[in-house]
Design a binder for this molecule. Structure first.
Ligand code: HEC
Ligand code: HEC
Length: 255
């Protein structure tokens, strides 16, 4: 049909036919919109340049960032990633995990925010909840997929990260406590520079940790902000993540 004829034909149609034509054109245009957009992966964080360990690095990461919505209890978007079958289930946005090709994996596109409205974890206005993955975390997921996306059979044993004084507590205490608790005139005779000094404790409390009953450790009570007899309570209260670290350190034997 020539354009002129087609215009004449459209206008000569009964109104109901005209409406139908308009509706079908809109539907066709909408369907074309829904084609997966071309995804630009050139700017996303690079895979980390080392062999990653599924049990120690990948599973705990998924657990911390995804299981609240995609685990045994909730399966938002009918997706769960606490089991291998669940994690590899394909999505409406393409193949979730393409072993050997993180750049083609929808899971990576989602955690990088490359799919419209599908940033995972979804943004939240509650601080501390649903935090965007860091470049390092995305790099770990990418490296795991690039290295073959191996997910061992059977239940995944929980990995407990070792907490040590040198690696974890010394830097923490250096910033939060050393201004008052170092050297010969340390307040209360409590020094934070060495493992021995911290375990030995100060003048009034004595030994700061109780490894057989960790919850009864004076140090834990103090940094939790629960010791009401201590001066300057606000200087002694650490944020929840740090308190957790101190607790784990004591539970693991305070070494
Ligand atoms: C606070 C809740 C929440 C968290 C945390 C979360 N998601 Fe989601 N996720 C959702 C919701 C809601 C949907 C469904 C969105 C939609 O379809 O519009 C979804 C959908 C998905 C889908 C697509 C399922 C499909 O077939 O369409 C994948 C894949 C996914 N999430 C992966 C992840 C990963 C990986 C993480 C962790 C890095 C994560 N999500 C963290 C809420 C969450
Ligand atoms: C601004 C100074 C200041 C900061 C910072 C500070 N403290 Fe103290 N701390 C004190 C004072 C003052 C006392 C009480 C000393 C006394 O009884 O003579 C005290 C007492 C203590 C005691 C009891 C010592 C004893 O007598 O047995 C411990 C344990 C302790 N602090 C741990 C910490 C830890 C752990 C931090 C870091 C999270 C910290 N403090 C940060 C000032 C501070």
């Amino acid at each position: 049909m020539t354009p002129v004829l087609s215009v004449w034909f459209t206008f000569s149609m009964k109104p109901i036919l005209r409406v139908l034509l308009a509706v079908s054109l809109t539907v066709a245009a909408h369907a074309a919109d829904k084609k997966p957009a071309v995804i630009d992966v050139s700017k996303i964080p690079l895979p980390v340049a080392r062999k990653v360990d599924f049990q120690k690095e990948v599973y705990p990461l998924l657990k911390e960032s995804c299981f609240a919505c995609h685990g045994a209890e909730k399966q938002k978007g009918k997706y769960r990633c606490d089991t291998r079958d669940g994690a590899f289930k394909d999505t409406d946005y393409g193949k979730t995990i393409v072993a050997g090709h993180s750049e083609q994996s929808a899971l990576i596109h989602m955690v990088c925010g490359l799919i419209d409205e599908m940033l995972m974890p979804p943004p939240s206005d509650k601080p501390g909840r649903s935090e965007k993955l860091t470049a390092e975390q995305i790099g770990i997921l990418r490296a795991w997929i690039d290295q073959g996306a191996v997910w061992p059979d059977g239940p995944i044993a929980e990995y407990v990260k070792p907490v040590t004084f040198e690696a974890d507590l010394k830097p923490l205490f250096a910033t939060a406590c050393a201004s008052c608790h170092s050297g010969a005139d340390a307040k209360g005779g409590f020094q934070v520079e060495s493992l021995e000094a911290v375990v030995k404790g100060g003048k009034s409390y004595g030994k700061s940790v109780n490894t057989t009953a960790p919850a009864k450790s004076p140090l834990l009570t103090i940094v939790s902000g629960l010791d009401e007899d201590l001066p300057l309570p606000e200087k002694h209260k650490l944020p929840p993540k740090s308190v957790d670290l101190v607790r784990k350190w004591i539970e693991q034997g305070a070494k």
